[in-house]
Design a protein around this ligand. Structure first.
Ligand SMILES: Nc1ncnc2c1ncn2[C@@H]1O[C@H](COP(=O)(O)OP(=O)(O)OP(=O)(O)O)[C@@H](O)[C@H]1O
Length: 257
């Protein structure tokens, strides 16, 4: 029992979020285990984004609680949650379009290493920052475009930079928000591969409509419908569950947004 408790990194208990009369999150109790590859799926409007906003502290729940390593963080400010290790992928519109992947990552890595006050110093000045940036650029296949402006990067590369930026924050729990949404077919494999190679000790909660990615990557799947957890289990049982097929997967394999 104690062991089971200790292996849970992030947990919600009876989490509720109401927008006026609408219950967007309905008594959600979810456990993200250490090293999880956990997918959150559900039809459009099921409440996935709302749940992520509750986990990251962008929204305050109407009731219920959120725990990180057993500590109640329900009232903790968003930036403090990032410092404690809950990081979501940065959205493309949060990347600086005039910067390059190298400078974007250097800023994040400098901040992470407590050097943001010296951001104006030449990038090469701090060896640790350089080494970490090189590692991230390689890991996320951005080394060949590291000097191009973000605004000129292929869409898939920008998505890789979002994930690299999140990893630069050294997350314990990474919330991956639709990493392949809008990415052209030919650029998807690179993202699948890099996500597949994320460090095992980072617990991942993946919100995704792309069932290829969900069923190839996730080990655990939670299905949200109308704000509530409708089904939960390992990837095999969820992919075969006739109720899940009926509400979400459908005959053609997806009610994708
Ligand atoms: N700020 C808000 N004010 C009022 N209603 C909201 C707000 N945010 C979300 N909702 C409503 O809450 C419900 C859940 O929305 P949410 O965006 O969380 O779903 P989702 O599963 O992320 O959908 P999608 O897959 O389309 O992104 C929807 O009915 C939505 O209209």
């Amino acid at each position: 029992m104690v062991e089971a408790l200790m292996s849970t990194v992030l947990e919600t208990r009876s989490l509720v979020k109401r927008f006026g009369g609408l219950v967007a999150t309905n008594e959600v109790s979810l456990k993200v285990e250490k090293g999880a590859r956990h997918a959150l799926i559900g039809p459009n409007g099921a409440g996935k984004t709302t749940l992520i906003n509750l986990l990251t502290g962008v929204l305050e729940p109407s009731s219920g609680s959120i725990r990180l390593d057993g500590v109640d963080i329900t009232k903790l400010a968003a930036h403090k949650r990032v410092r404690r290790g809950i990081v979501r992928t940065f959205q493309i519109n949060q990347l600086f379009s005039e910067l390059t992947p190298l400078t974007s990552l250097a800023l994040t890595v400098s901040a992470q290493q407590g050097l943001s006050a010296r951001w104006w110093q030449p990038l090469g000045r701090n060896g640790q920052v350089v080494v970490e940036c090189e590692r991230l650029l390689r890991q996320f296949r951005l080394d060949d475009v590291m000097d191009q402006k973000v605004s000129q990067l292929a869409y898939g590369k920008r998505r890789l930079l979002e994930i690299a930026t999140a990893i630069a924050c050294k997350p314990r729990v990474l919330l991956l928000d639709e990493p392949v949404a809008g990415v052209p077919e030919g650029e998807r494999q690179e993202i699948f591969d890099t996500i597949g190679a994320l460090p095992e000790d980072v617990s991942v909660l993946l919100i995704e409509h792309d069932m290829d990615l969900v069923f190839n990557y996730a080990r655990t799947v939670s299905v949200l419908v109308n704000g509530a957890v409708f089904a939960e289990g390992d990837v095999q049982s969820i992919s075969r569950d006739p109720r899940v097929k009926a509400v979400y997967l459908g005959e053609s394999g997806g009610a994708h947004g």
